[in-house]
Design a binder for this molecule. Structure first.
Ligand SMILES: Cc1cc2nc3c(=O)[nH]c(=O)nc-3n(C[C@H](O)[C@H](O)[C@H](O)COP(=O)(O)OP(=O)(O)OC[C@H]3O[C@@H](n4cnc5c(N)ncnc54)[C@H](O)[C@@H]3O)c2cc1C
Length: 352
């Protein structure tokens, strides 16, 4: 399943639980159940895990559950990826290729790279979830995205059993998008991911509040080291984003819409304070948070489903909201943004 060096222990069989609760396995804290939950802890036992999922294979591959909205119970099997392992697999001068198994938690993996003095992932610190899901939506934050750092990944096709290495160009990365979200894409199980990192620091402190955060720490942005940038990013994220351990959420629920530049300009003329960013190729990106806030949704609450009071982009579960209630709220928000601004906003998490 992965090219990572196998450990010396005998392969651990997958664990199997029937009628399993999923509440603790998704960051929205949605109380859904799986007909069967198969947890893969050792990549070598993937065939056994797939067998345990039954003849139809897994109905859902689950990582950290931080980009998922479950609106129903899962009738089939959920295959939870918890395979671990990380290693340096190639070095040439300052350039180093690191591989991590799909079940490695993302943020500890980033910290491990920094502890090895391998640089490049620091701006992506503290994103929830696991390594295996990171290419699916081309995770990004603070001016860096997966597409900038990923070299290749190893994937297994759930129906055919084909094992294939995708390089970055074959992943067709876009803004919160990749080949794995379209057509046959969800049939590929990502087993491990390789990253191209460097022993030479190339810090990117110029995005968002990183410079200001460094300044409050007495650090000059022009001399900041990657670990200092990672610490700054963590501090900003801890301050700004709701912790799913305290309040259920999946981060930004909507993507920023990308529009033809002419349409974006017309909107800005009508609403001069609307943030508009260049998005290349005659297109512009507008801030979904601004659209939602200006439709009056920020802080809205209906039962236990709501919009975070400080983050218009973040839908929250205040306790026992059902997935269907959060989805209904998302649709109301989409409808009102379409009516008021003529713009379609799309959910970022996968809705099941
Ligand atoms: C508080 C908060 C902040 C966030 N901030 C950011 C951010 O700054 N930037 C950003 O990009 N995202 C952000 N996210 C979203 C989320 O953390 C990322 O999308 C993350 O990569 C999801 O990983 P996961 O393991 O939890 O995936 P899951 O939610 O388990 O799965 C997401 C999708 O990937 C599929 N999948 C998972 N693992 C595999 C695999 N091994 N093979 C094939 N398919 C798989 C699932 O079937 C599902 O379709 C945030 C989320 C939260 C809760």
């Amino acid at each position: 399943m992965t090219a990572l060096p196998a450990n010396d222990f005998p392969p651990a069989p997958p664990s199997i639980i029937d009628d399993a609760p999923l509440r603790a396995l998704n960051t929205f804290g949605i109380d859904a159940r799986a007909h069967r939950l198969v947890t893969l802890t050792d990549a070598r036992t993937l065939p056994a895990a797939l067998d345990a999922c039954g003849p139809d294979g897994p109905a859902l591959i689950l990582g950290g559950g931080s980009n998922l909205l479950l609106t129903r119970d899962i009738d089939g099997a959920v295959l939870r990826i918890a395979s671990r392992g990380r290693a340096i697999v190639e070095q040439a001068g300052d350039d180093v290729i690191v591989e991590a198994a799909a079940g490695e938690p993302w943020h500890p993996f980033v910290q491990w790279t920094l502890a090895q003095r391998l640089f490049g992932l620091e701006n992506l610190s503290l994103i929830p979830g696991l390594v295996g899901a990171s290419p699916i939506q081309n995770i990004g934050a603070y001016g860096v995205e997966m597409a900038d750092r990923m070299r290749s990944l190893l994937a297994i096709h759930l129906r055919t059993g084909e094992s294939r290495r995708f390089d970055a160009s074959e992943c067709r990365f876009g803004y919160r998008d990749s080949v794995f979200k379209h057509g046959d894409g969800p049939q590929w199980l990502i087993a491990s991911v390789r990253f191209g990192l460097s022993r030479r620091a190339d810090p990117r402190p110029g995005y968002g509040d990183i410079g200001a955060e460094l300044q409050t720490r007495g650090i000059d942005a022009s001399t900041a080291t990657p670990p200092q940038i990672a610490e700054a990013v963590c501090a900003i994220r801890r301050r700004k984003l709701p912790d799913p351990a305290l309040i259920g959420n999946a981060g930004s629920f909507f993507k920023n819409p990308v529009l033809p530049r002419r349409q974006a300009e017309a909107l800005r003329q009508a609403h001069p304070d609307m943030p508009v960013y260049p998005a290349g190729d005659g297109h512009a990106k507008i801030a979904a948070a601004w659209l939602i806030e200006h439709c009056g949704w920020k802080g809205f609450r209906d039962g236990d489903a709501g919009v975070h009071p400080q983050h218009a982009l973040v839908l929250v579960n205040y306790g026992h909201a059902r997935g269907a209630e959060l989805l209904a709220l998302a649709r109301r928000i989409q409808d009102s943004v379409r009516q008021r601004f003529g713009v379609a906003i799309e959910p970022e998490p996968r809705v099941i």
